[in-house]
Write a protein that binds this ligand. Structure first.
Ligand SMILES: Nc1nc2c(ncn2[C@@H]2O[C@H](COP(=O)(O)OP(=O)(O)OP(=O)(O)O)[C@@H](O)[C@H]2O)c(=O)[nH]1
Ligand SMILES: [Mg+2]
Length: 298
């Protein structure tokens, strides 16, 4: 069975509410001391919104590579080196790990103090004894911004959910006596014309799967994994594929995966939509292994 693989993104409707979110964030920036940009550790390049760079360029910034528990650890280390070489503070995190949360709070306090001292250098008035650091948490949908805030606050103040677009409006949350965090709706750039970026965002769950043809997306995902010998091996082990199976086109590999995953319908045929959904879920949730889809400097 053959099928031409071409990924079509149907992304109508994103533009309007993203522009609104962007304007809201611009308004809030006046109050902000530090910007914490949350990226998906599996796709730091594809999950970095260039608009965020533009609207926050004059602010102190901390880069958080979240969901590091799902990413390829060596690649994440490379990304940390990359961001640090650009003079940024960069931390990799898994929001279920309290040590990661502590490190973020520590980094906010260090940066906050720097910003505060710089801001008050010229002023003659008495400086506050305990300044309050105002922190904007920003990033594309579903990277874990609200989860991170709740963990830092040690309470459920922000709504979370495993789908993009859970946070609808900005919300200030006091997380300690001297840190206020501003949770914002995920900000996705309106121009998603890079086919690879769109696919990577969908493969990691940062844009809704419904806007894509799931079978095509699964094929693109398989192609990406097969290109990397380490990930190809993970795929082979997970679905008990034979070496010869990799001579097939991705649609036929998906059919094999569907068979292994029990997506069989009458006549022994494979329900390809179900096969695609199973594969995509396995990939997204880390069941195939720790996989990163973006490498630094590519
Ligand atoms: N594996 C893993 N999952 C995480 C991590 N942090 C958050 N999540 C999950 O990611 C999903 C999205 O989390 P949210 O905190 O709602 O994401 P958000 O960035 O606030 O999303 P929007 O409000 O839609 O912009 C939830 O299912 C979280 O449980 C992490 O470090 N590792
Ligand atoms: Mg949220």
């Amino acid at each position: 069975m053959k099928k031409k693989v071409f990924l079509r993104l149907r992304l109508t409707g994103i533009h309007g509410h993203m522009v609104k979110a962007q304007n809201e964030i611009k308004d809030s920036l006046k109050l902000i001391d530090i910007v914490v940009e949350v990226l998906d550790a599996r796709i730091p390049f594809s999950s970095q919104n260039p608009i965020i760079n533009n609207i926050t360029s004059d602010k102190a910034r901390i880069i958080v590579l979240n969901k590091a528990d799902l990413a390829d650890k060596n690649v994440t280390e490379e990304w940390k080196k990359y961001f640090m070489s650009k003079g940024m503070v960069c931390l990799d995190t898994d929001t279920s790990d309290n040590n990661c949360i502590k490190k973020i709070v520590e980094a906010i306090k260090v940066k906050g103090k720097e910003v505060y001292l710089e801001k008050n250098k010229q002023k003659l008035q008495k400086v506050q004894i305990k300044p309050i650091y105002r922190v904007l948490i920003i990033g594309i949908p579903n990277v874990g911004k609200s989860t991170l805030i709740n963990k830092i606050a040690k309470k459920n103040s922000a709504a979370i959910g495993n789908k993009p677009g859970v946070t609808k409006k900005k919300q200030w949350i006091r997380v300690s006596d001297n840190i206020d965090l501003l949770d914002t709706p995920g900000l996705l750039w309106p121009k998603l014309d890079d086919k690879n970026v769109g696919a990577k965002l969908a493969l990691t769950g940062n844009i809704k799967q419904e806007v894509l043809d799931v079978e095509e997306l699964a094929c693109v995902g398989i192609d990406m994994l097969v290109l990397n010998s380490k990930y190809k091996k993970m795929l082979q082990e997970k679905y008990k594929l034979e070496d010869e199976d990799f001579e097939l086109i991705s649609y036929d590999i998906l059919e094999k995966i569907g068979r292994k995953r029990g997506c069989v319908i009458s006549g022994g045929n494979i329900d390809m939509t179900k096969a695609a959904l199973c594969f995509l879920e396995d990939l997204k949730s880390g069941k195939i292994g720790n996989i990163s889809l973006d490498l630094p400097n590519v």
